[in-house]
Structure formats: C-alpha cells, structure tokens
Design a protein around this ligand. Structure first.
Ligand SMILES: [Zn+2]
Length: 153
C-alpha cells in the first residue's frame, strides 16, 4: 500500500479514537481494533450461517414458528422479538413452558426476511399437496417433526 501523502485523520469504528492513517485504506487505529473487527465479522458470519441452516429446515408452508425459528428467518434480534411479544405487538400462543409460537403472517408483515433466506425462498416450492400415503404424516410424526405437542396438531 502506498503511504498516505497527506495527513489523513479518521475515526476508528471500533474504539472511536481519531488517528492518523498510515495507508490510504487504513480503517482501524491499531492491530487490536483491527483484530476485534475481524472477530466480530467472523462471529456475525457464523451466526448468519447458523440462521441460514435452521431456516432451510423450516418449510415455507409452516404457519407457526418458535422464537428461535423466527429469528433465523427474519431480520430481528431475539431480545427485540421478545420485547415486541411482551408489549403485545406480536401475538403469540404458548403451547407450554418455553413453547411460544408465533404466527408467520405477523412476522412476515413486520420484518424483512434475512437476505440468504430470501434467496432460498425464491426457489420454486415443491408441490404443497400430495396426499399419497407415503407423503402423509401421522399425528405423532407431525408433532415430532415440528416439535409441537400432539394435542396442538
Ligand atoms: Zn481503535
């Protein structure tokens, strides 16, 4: 990288310190801040990958989602979502201890889907209804697959 010809000062996005850049494309004030930024980026990517994986396992026709699933599909943080639920801005049903379920339609209205999930959702959806016996579930299978109680099915 060529050395900066003139004194250029920037504000470090990590610690907020104003520093004189050594190269034109210096963004962080120090190796430490650069490392912190790198780690944050990696953490974010790992989180996104986890969301993407979970979102892939949730069929588009599923009407009710757990908070964990909702966070995987939509651009909303877990704490924010819980706050909105507590305020009553997002209706929820409780199927038992820690079994909160949200209606996908409410979430769809309120939050955009995560970018990678959006892409996946654009792919053609396989036939929704196929009532051949090998394609049907018994209630036990449904409750197991969707992790909800038999009586809710
Ligand atoms: Zn810094």
């Amino acid at each position: 990288m060529p050395k900066a010809k003139y004194e250029i000062r920037r504000k470090c996005p990590i610690c907020g310190a104003v520093f004189q850049v050594r190269t034109i494309d210096s963004v962080y004030c120090s190796k430490h801040c650069s490392d912190v930024a790198y780690k944050r980026k990696k953490d974010r990517e790992a989180k996104e990958a986890k969301y993407e994986q979970l979102a892939k396992e949730i069929p588009d026709i599923r009407e009710f989602l757990s908070v964990r699933e909702a966070v995987a599909i939509y651009c909303v943080e877990r704490d924010t979502l819980y706050r909105e639920i507590r305020k009553g801005k997002i209706p929820s049903v409780n199927l038992g201890t820690k079994q909160l379920r949200l209606n996908r339609a409410d979430l769809e209205q309120r939050y955009p889907r995560r970018k990678k999930v959006r892409k996946a959702a654009q792919k053609p959806i396989p036939k929704t209804y196929n009532m051949e016996p090998e394609n049907c579930y018994i209630i036990g299978e449904i409750s197991k697959k969707y992790r909800i109680h038999d009586t809710s099915v």
